[in-house]
Structure formats: C-alpha cells, structure tokens
Design a protein around this ligand. Structure first.
Ligand code: KG4
Ligand code: ZN
Length: 336
C-alpha cells in the first residue's frame, strides 16, 4: 500500500500550526507559529486576539509545512483538523482553512479531538507503542487519566473537578509574579528552590481514587503569599515554585500509579503541555520503572500544542473509517 500523507491543522488555543505526517507515525514537517509573546502582554490568552492572529498566520503555516515536507496539496491524501475542545473562534479558523482545502482539492476531511491528538503525539516518537496503554493528559485545559483501548477508543478513568494542572501552574505563576505562561517559568524557578520548603496540600477528591482537584492547592499558595505579605516577610520565589510543583507532581504520580496497578497496565504514556515539565517527567518515569511499566513521553515540542499530533490521531481516525463533511462545526467543549 502506498503511504498516506496527512495535512494536519491545529488552532484551538494560541498556537497556529500545520504539519505533514506520513502513516500516522512519521513527521515530515511541524510548523508552529506561537502567539505567546502577544498574549503575555495581557497575562493570558485573549480569545478574540488569538482568532485574528490565527487568520493572519494560518496560510503561512500551511504553506511552510507543505514546503518543508517537500510536497504540494496534490500529494496530500487526507486533511485532518482539530474541531474541539478549545476556544471556538480560534478553532473555526483552522477548521475553515481545512474545509476550504478539502473542498477545493477534493480530499477527505477528518475532524480530530485535541485530547486524542495529545495522546497520539506519543506515536510519533515511539514506534513500538501500541494500544492498549494508560495515559495521563495534562494541559492548560485538561487533566485526564485515560485507558487507551485502541487507536480510536479511549475510556476516561479520572479527571479534574476544578482547575486543570496547567491552569494551576499559570495561576500560581501569576501570583508569584513570574507572568505568562506559567508552566515553563515555574519549572525553571523550581530548579533553584527547595521542594520541601513549604508543605502545600496534596489535593484529594472524597470517594474517588483517580480524580484530581487543584483549587485547594492554588488557594493554599495564595494564602501563604498573603500571610507573608501581611507579616512583611520576604518569600523565596524558587522555594514557593518548587514546593507548589512538588505538590502537583506528587498528586499526578500517585493517581497514575494507582491506575496502572488497578488496571494492570503494561505501558503508560504522558501527554499534554504540562508533560514538558521536567520534574513530572522525571518522577513519573521513576515511578513507572518501579512498577515495571514501560514509560513513554514525547519530546517537549510535541507535548505543547502542535499539528503533528493531530496528524497522528487523524491518520488512525481515517483508517478507522472516519470522514467528516463540510458541515463539521467547532465544538468548544468536545468530550473524549
Ligand atoms: O497542551 P497545551 O500546549 O495547551 C492546551 O491544550 O492547554 O498546554 C499548555 C499548558 C499551559 O498551562 C502551560 O503553562 C503548561 O502547559 N506548560 C507547562 C510547562 N510547559 C507548558 N507546565 C509545567 N511545566 C512546563 N515546563
Ligand atoms: Zn493542548
């Protein structure tokens, strides 16, 4: 069988991205235009500004991805695009571009769930990884423990009751004056700090072994900062960053380990923007080694939002027979 070339498009948040992926496993190009600098001015993603910037950049990233892969639209077999979850305006930009190409070039269109994309990033760098396996998806909007039954069917075992892990990183970073985006800045500051300096709570959800709650931790950090300010005490930003990060990592690793034990999983894959966190990667790798479970995580560039992961997920959806028509709409709260 000849190769299947997917043109993938991703615009669900603040990255405008396009990629060409061969047979769901091989990245021929991975173009990402990050809007982070623009949104840093406002301390977070401004949806309307993101939509406009996506419009500015979408054709540029698609053309660049095709050029870098050394192909033209005529060589493409399938157009895959994120249609949710995410910000509806930004999603519509990528979706409209994908539909226009699919229509003009008469190519099949496949809508992809962004979370399935994050999980599938692991297929791009780990040729031996095949379902079934467990997965922890931690991003700015999601914290999910998942049983990946097949390439196209997953079962959510645990989720956050309030903030997502990345959201907690971003909010705490803002509170300690590190700015946006918080995750990478806390990761860096924590390297100079003591993770045992402050004993922040490890959030639990009553009666649920696999769910997460990060709002109590976030409040504990804010209380700590307020108390210090009232007493005129100086705080150590690296210590707060390291202690907060340790609390998040402990909880994530604890739930993941429970999950592999209970479900007797043989492999476990970490995914999502927070999967680029150095402490989480190291702790989870060590914990899975102890459990005798094979551990996978993509390179940081494939953890944060990109279109290559959408190409991987889109390939398997296409092989499973998924086809969308031009009526496909963006779904901001699309579930797994
Ligand atoms: O997956 P992603 O790029 O976008 C969403 O789908 O949300 O994830 C972005 C999130 C942000 O909250 C960001 O602060 C966090 O991932 N993040 C990190 C790191 N790099 C990005 N969190 C912790 N440590 C990092 N190194
Ligand atoms: Zn994402």
């Amino acid at each position: 069988m000849s190769a299947c070339l997917i043109l993938a498009i991703e615009s669900s948040c603040d990255e405008t991205a396009a990629s060409v992926v061969r047979d769901g496993r091989e990245v021929l190009s991975n173009t990402i235009y990050s809007q982070i600098d623009l949104h840093t001015l406002y301390g977070g993603v401004v949806p309307e500004i993101a939509s406009r910037k996506h419009i500015d950049k979408i054709n540029y990233v698609i053309e660049t991805a095709l050029k870098e892969a050394g192909v033209t639209l005529d060589d493409i077999n399938v157009v895959a695009v994120t249609y949710g979850p995410g910000l509806v305006g930004p999603l519509l930009v990528g979706l409209s571009a994908a539909k226009a190409i699919a229509w003009a070039k008469n190519k099949p269109l496949v809508g992809v769930n962004h979370i399935m994309g994050h999980i599938s990033a692991n297929y791009l760098e780990h040729p031996e990884l095949e379902p079934a396996f467990g997965s922890l998806v931690v991003s700015g909007g999601h914290t999910h423990l998942i049983n990946v039954n097949s390439y196209t069917s997953v079962e959510v075992i645990g989720r956050t009751y309030d903030d997502a892990a990345g959201e907690a990183f971003d909010k705490v970073a803002r509170a300690i004056g590190l700015g946006y985006p918080g995750g990478p800045k806390i990761d860096k500051a924590a390297k100079e700090g003591n993770p045992k300096a402050i004993d922040f709570p490890r959030g639990k959800v009553d009666g649920s072994e696999y769910d997460f709650s990060f709002s109590g931790l976030k409040s504990a950090v804010l209380n700590y900062l307020n108390k210090a300010a009232m007493k005129n005490e100086e705080i150590s930003i690296p210590d707060v960053a390291a202690s907060f990060q340790a609390a998040v990592v402990d909880v994530l690793v604890d739930r993941a380990v429970r999950c592999v034990r209970e479900y007797n999983m043989k492999s476990f894959a970490l995914a999502g923007g927070v999967a680029s966190n150095s402490a989480l990667r190291a702790s989870l790798e060590e914990a899975m080694k102890k459990e005798g479970v094979k551990f996978y995580v993509p390179s940081p560039i494939l953890c944060t939002d990109n279109a290559a992961m959408i190409g991987a997920a889109g390939y398997y959806a296409y092989m499973d027979g998924k086809r969308d028509d031009l009526g496909l709409n963006a779904i901001a709260n699309l579930r797994l």
